[in-house]
Design a protein around this ligand. Structure first.
Ligand code: ADP
Length: 606
């Protein structure tokens, strides 16, 4: 691995995140780790639910005892029967009270757990390197904060108590049935054992099948996206059939797989459900019980508890089976949440340093995403205050990666990046972001008013200041045409076009007024008018600032103070446009290639 600790001896953070518990030798126990603060209350809820489940069986036992006494040779009187009735009622009430308390307690514990987890996640995500969030997109974060925390809710507030109930109640029921008659008691266990056997046969290889299921669904999604996005191209070339061939293939493949899977498990899974179904168990016990009674092995009254409680013995199979999926989902959610919580954060400096001026200097900078392959090699670069530096180079040469180091989306793997003489890692985050701004192609707008979106970097800015920046960014007229002007909420009824969103993000950067700015020029504009507006807005932004531009426009490159050519993560040329062109090197080749491409485009547009 080439990525040795940086010059300053710090460990870079942009490494593969350590798995929870990794390095300690301990087996990771994500569920245990996450539930720590509420485990006590969950344990009490489980205890209460067990009491409720056991108490819930008592009325059936009481009824069986009453039946026994009523049919005895010398029928019992009220003195012996009423206490049993009272016991049944008391047990029923106790079951109700404990069950309700258990549910309430589990929900309260779960509510606190969700709040604590979401707070922890929010705090942690706020300290992650920005690069990690753009890398994996917001999908991972949304999944953890929303879906995974909800999966834990299902597990702790519902599944846990369900399982406790269906596992404890049958134990007492079975124990009582054995005291009544051992032989019929054993018969009552048969459906349960048979159900377990059949269910495990149906589930054999389920993990592999589920993986194949996921892969097959993934193939359909990919083919559907391809189908939808490529249909226009295929149709315009008269090959409409081609467009849906892959999609149809994928769906047929899925249908084949699914019917094979269902065929192999259908018999055993249906049989498993059938043998534990209460009606089936009741029928079995009725038939066998009648034989026992007619043979004189059992009294009619002794058969009553089997008919009342027998179906409950096998019931857990019907409930636990489907719950296994929820338990697995809860475990997987806990793993994802802990992984995110263990992802390394950007270390805040122990002894903060403030930059003196705005000169940006990269020295011996290397960077690797995965800790193995460097995508930037030994880059030296100077951005003098007030100058425009254009990064050019083939796709994948490392332009975005290099630019992302300035706003500290990632920390360097080796070398240093300094601003005003201070290592970026020694500058407190808030101070860094006051000085280094960025406008990226992928503009993120918040679900907030247009004004608040512009104010993001300076919430205290006045309306006049916001408007001045919007005018300079050539977006003011569009904003005033919105239903509520600057108060219009974005993301619900109103959405902006790509070019408009980009101008809005330029207004935002203008207002934030960071002296150093990283800019990724958009590769494609919707129309020439929009492009001209964006170019105007960018000129306003560039004035008096240190700019590092990932340049896609010839005009930007030509007027830049310095052009830096990147190839395979190395700086291979740098200088002004005319000098580089005259040198006839890599830049000249790139320039000529792009110019002829533009000529062709203009020619075809005419
Ligand atoms: P450019 O901006 O010049 O197109 P990039 O900086 O995007 O180049 O990419 C440089 C190299 O780094 C490429 O090989 C690319 O595949 C890789 N790369 C870019 N982003 C990531 C990422 N988030 N994770 C892993 N590799 C990446």
């Amino acid at each position: 691995m080439k990525s040795q600790p940086s010059e300053t001896g710090r460990d870079p953070v942009s490494r593969t995140p350590a798995a929870p518990g990794a390095g300690t030798g301990a087996r990771p126990r994500p569920l245990r780790e996450l539930t720590g603060p509420v485990r006590g209350r969950l344990a009490v809820a489980v205890g209460l639910q067990s009491v409720a489940a056991l108490a819930g069986v008592v009325p059936f036992i009481a009824v069986s005892e009453i039946a026994d006494r009523l049919t005895a040779d010398a029928p019992a009187d009220g003195d012996t029967l009423w206490p049993l009735v009272a016991l049944a009622c008391a047990a029923g009430l106790l079951a109700l009270a404990c069950g309700t308390a258990a549910g309430a307690l589990a929900h309260l514990a779960d509510n606190d757990l969700q709040l604590a987890l979401r707070r922890r996640l929010a705090r942690h995500i706020g300290r992650l390197p920005l690069g990690r969030l753009t890398e994996r997109g917001t999908g991972e974060v949304k999944q953890a904060v929303q879906d995974d925390v909800s999966a834990l809710h299902t597990l702790f507030a519902h599944t846990l108590l369900d399982i406790v109930a269906v596992l404890t109640a049958p134990l007492l029921a079975l124990a009582y049935l054995f005291t009544v008659d051992l032989r019929l008691g054993l018969v009552s266990v048969v459906p349960l054992l048979l159900g377990v056997y059949l269910f495990s046969r149906a589930m054999a290889g389920a993990a592999a099948q589920m993986a194949e299921f996921g892969a097959a669904v993934g193939r359909i999604s990919a083919a559907a996206v391809e189908f939808a996005s490529g249909i226009a191209v295929f149709k315009s070339f008269g090959r409409g059939r081609k467009a849906h061939e892959r999609f149809v293939d994928a769906t047929e493949g899925f249908a084949d797989f699914f019917s094979r899977w269902v065929r192999t498990t259908l018999v055993s899974s249906t049989a498993a459900v059938l043998v534990v179904a209460p009606a089936v168990v009741l029928l079995l016990l009725t038939v066998l019980g009648t034989v026992f009674v007619t043979q004189g092995w059992l009294t009619g009254a002794e058969l009553v508890p089997f008919l009342l409680l027998g179906p409950a013995v096998a019931a857990p199979m019907g409930v636990v089976g489907p719950r296994i999926q929820q338990i697995r989902a809860g475990q997987a959610a806990a793993v994802r949440i802990t992984e995110l919580l263990h992802a390394p954060t950007l270390p805040e400096p122990a002894t903060p340093v403030l930059p003196d001026g705005h000169h940006v200097r990269l020295r011996g900078v290397s960077f690797s995403y995965d800790g193995r392959t460097d995508v930037l090699h030994d880059v030296d670069l100077d951005l003098a205050p007030g100058t425009v530096t254009a990064l050019v180079g083939p796709s994948g040469s490392g332009k975005s990666t290099l630019a992302s180091l300035l706003p500290r989306f990632h920390d360097v793997t080796a070398g240093t990046v300094t601003l005003g003489g201070a290592d970026l890692r020694d500058i407190p985050a808030t101070e860094l972001y006051r000085r280094v701004g960025f406008v990226l192609q992928d503009v993120r707008l918040l679900r907030a008013s247009v004004g608040d979106n512009i104010r993001l970097g300076r919430p205290e800015a006045t309306d006049e200041e916001v408007e001045r920046c919007a005018r300079a960014a050539r977006i003011h007229d569009r904003i005033t045409a919105l239903p509520d002007g600057y108060a219009t909420e974005l993301g619900t009824a109103v959405t902006l076009s790509g070019g408009e969103a980009q101008r809005l993000s330029i207004a935002r950067a203008l207002l934030a007024d960071a002296p150093v700015l990283v800019l990724d020029e958009a590769t494609a504009y919707a129309d020439p008018h929009s492009e001209a507006l964006i170019q105007d807005a960018l000129s306003a932004l560039a004035a008096g600032r240190t700019l590092l531009v990932i340049a896609h426009r010839l005009s930007t490159v030509r007027s830049a103070d310095r052009i830096v050519v990147l190839e395979d993560g190395r700086v291979t040329e740098q200088g002004r446009h005319d000098d580089l062109l005259a040198a006839g090197g890599r830049y000249a080749t790139l320039w000529n290639a792009q110019r002829s491409a533009d000529d062709i485009r203009e020619g075809s547009a005419r």
